[in-house]
Design a protein around this ligand. Structure first.
Ligand SMILES: NC(=O)c1ccc[n+]([C@@H]2O[C@H](COP(=O)([O-])OP(=O)(O)OC[C@H]3O[C@@H](n4cnc5c(N)ncnc54)[C@H](O)[C@@H]3O)[C@@H](O)[C@H]2O)c1
Length: 253
């Protein structure tokens, strides 16, 4: 198995892409700290994957809080003895252009989607460096590469995640820490269900999105998790600073 003996933290691990990533990492032999701000959902998701909670451990953490990032890293190390992989996956979007976005909504989104990546990486890198290396995978979006209408703050946050991925890759290559991002296209997760609720014509919205991708469908969370697994495993040993697009060809058009 690709992750035998490895210890990982997955943020936003209680749902969607994060949950699928935890399940796949577990199936590949990793021990995983499932970090999510929703403690009840984190526990339920962890139990679903590992009923004894021995190799998948739920941990309540808000990625926008520095103390939670430090505590999550400390918990992974105290439970499992090391930390090899950090997946910065927690994130969300709001449906608004710049003129429709309040300052509070902008700050709150940036605190999770961008600052959360900074805080968890800052907490994890010293541990990885002391161990001789590690891997960070950030969940960006294909919105880091092309704009999506009416998602200004989200698009900006994901562009910044891609830029931060490159910055960290450059800064920490000498410490044997690889940093990459995955850029999913539309993925049918619980988050996507929430977005659909804000549309008057959800079927029409989905059809329009599908039509933007040559593959004419949305992704399953597990299809994004497969790319995260590759970036997290030693199989991607020469990849750092990359943004791996997994979007059914949406940005190829
Ligand atoms: N679904 C898509 O179409 C899509 C496309 C591209 C990128 N993404 C990105 O993928 C990631 C996962 O999205 P998803 O679709 O699986 O969403 P989701 O809503 O199904 O899951 C996100 C998880 O993150 C958690 N979370 C939210 N804020 C948090 C915080 N402050 N601290 C800790 N946990 C927090 C939520 O509780 C939830 O469990 C996000 O970064 C999202 O932007 C999603």
């Amino acid at each position: 198995m690709d992750l035998n003996g490895k210890v990982a933290i997955v943020t936003g691990g209680a749902s969607g892409i994060g949950e699928a990533t935890v399940a796949l990492f577990h199936a590949q032999g990793a021990q995983v700290l499932l970090a999510d701000k929703d403690a009840a959902r984190a526990e339920a998701a962890a139990r679903q994957i590992d009923p004894d909670l021995r190799t998948v451990v739920p941990f309540a953490a808000d990625v926008s809080r520095a103390a939670d990032a430090e505590a999550a890293v400390a918990e992974a190390v105290s439970r499992f003895g090391r930390l090899d992989i950090l997946v910065n996956n927690a994130g969300y979007g709001i449906r608004a252009s710049v003129t429709g976005t309040s300052e509070a909504d902008w700050d709150a989104l940036m605190a999770v989607n961008l600052k959360g990546v900074f805080l968890f990486s800052r907490a994890a890198i010293p541990v990885m460096e002391a161990q001789g290396g590690g891997v960070i995978v950030n969940t960006a979006s294909n919105a880091a590469l092309v704009a999506i209408a009416d998602r200004a703050a989200y698009v900006a946050s994901k562009g910044a995640v891609a830029a931060l991925t490159r910055a960290m890759a450059v800064d920490h290559a000498a410490q044997n820490i690889r940093v990459n991002a995955v850029a999913p296209g539309t993925t049918w997760s619980p988050y996507f269900d929430e977005i659909l609720k804000t549309h008057e014509d959800p079927d029409g919205f989905v059809a329009g999105l599908n039509a933007r991708a040559p593959m004419d469908r949305t992704a399953r969370p597990s299809e994004i998790a497969e790319a995260i697994l590759w970036l997290a495993s030693d199989r991607s040993s020469y990849a750092t600073g990359s943004v791996m697009v997994v979007d059914g060809g949406m940005t190829a058009w």
